[in-house]
Design a protein. Structure first.
Length: 289
């Protein structure tokens, strides 16, 4: 590159996408990844994942219930990046948790993805009455080598306490809805104190109102960034890994362009004040699916 400014931006971009956090079992998890929730087909998923990997993303997050693991697997096979450089997450769905067939579900996901192992396998939602047995199944999967790390999704403090009471292997990750309007400070503190890495799903609250927030717009204007970039940067500085979803190449690029600036203490304080306990998705303490 002949333009030093562009060369610096590109360097920070590539370096940022390679940056990782170390989980409580020593595994390395990239801070920023691509989520593939509600992608419409395997073909659309493959295209989006290929764009992301070609740009430098190495962390891809899917789930059995998304019905696009096959598309993710195709992108992995086609991308030319060695498997060991990728971090692939999927999740066991609620029906399999209730039926005590998590082990079989893991094998089915591996088959659809075309992989020998997962980097991270999660229980998708906390199913009351099944926490202990579900976690025992996850520990078996981890010991077999089919999942290098195991964790949870949408687990609140009471669920985590129940898991902790009988677990032989502590959860490495808890993936939760997390954005400026839903900051869950007590849950964040609990996970940090117990060595559980938080991951944000819906970090942009599916766009809309959050991206129009005047406080966030002001911060974005001061940094010469978009509101989405400010939110994702806030996630990273808060110590939360994040997996924004997009199928648009320009947005996938935009979402990764968050490593060349930093929010200051005033920015972080202003964003902390936006917490309103507002969920965009289901309440993990009261859901019916």
């Amino acid at each position: 590159m002949e333009n030093p400014h562009l060369e610096g931006l590109y360097s920070s971009f590539v370096t940022g996408l390679k940056s990782v956090t170390t989980l409580n079992n020593g595994a390395k998890m990239p801070w920023l990844g691509l989520g593939v929730f509600k992608m419409n087909s395997d073909d659309e998923t493959t295209r989006a994942v290929r764009v992301a990997i070609d740009l430098g993303y190495r962390h891809i997050d899917t789930a059995m219930i998304y019905r696009n693991e096959r598309g993710v697997g195709r992108a992995i096979r086609e991308c030319g990046v060695p498997r060991e450089e990728l971090f692939i997450t999927t999740k066991a769905w609620n029906d399999d948790i209730r039926a005590n067939r998590i082990d079989a579900a893991c094998d089915e996901s591996l088959g659809l993805l075309g992989l020998d192992y997962l980097d991270l396998y999660l229980l998708h939602w906390p199913i009351n009455g099944h926490h202990a047995e579900a976690w025992r199944a996850m520990e078996t999967i981890h010991r077999s080598g089919r999942a290098r790390s195991i964790g949870l999704s949408n687990y609140m403090i009471p669920h985590l306490e129940e898991i902790k009471a009988t677990a032989e292997i502590q959860p490495a990750v808890n993936q939760i809805e997390f954005h400026p309007y839903l900051q869950s400070p007590a849950l964040c503190d609990y996970c940090r104190n117990h060595g559980i890495q938080l991951t944000a799903w819906s970090p942009l609250m599916h766009g809309g109102e959050l991206l129009q927030d005047p406080v966030l717009q002001g911060i974005a204007a001061r940094h010469g960034k978009t509101v989405a970039q400010v939110i994702l940067r806030w996630n990273l500085q808060f110590g939360v890994t994040t997996i924004p979803k997009s199928t648009q190449p320009s947005r996938i690029l935009e979402n990764a362009s968050v490593f060349d600036f930093a929010l200051d203490a005033a920015d972080m304080q202003a964003m902390a004040a936006l917490d309103a306990g507002r969920r965009n998705g289901p309440d993990p303490l009261n859901f019916n699916f």
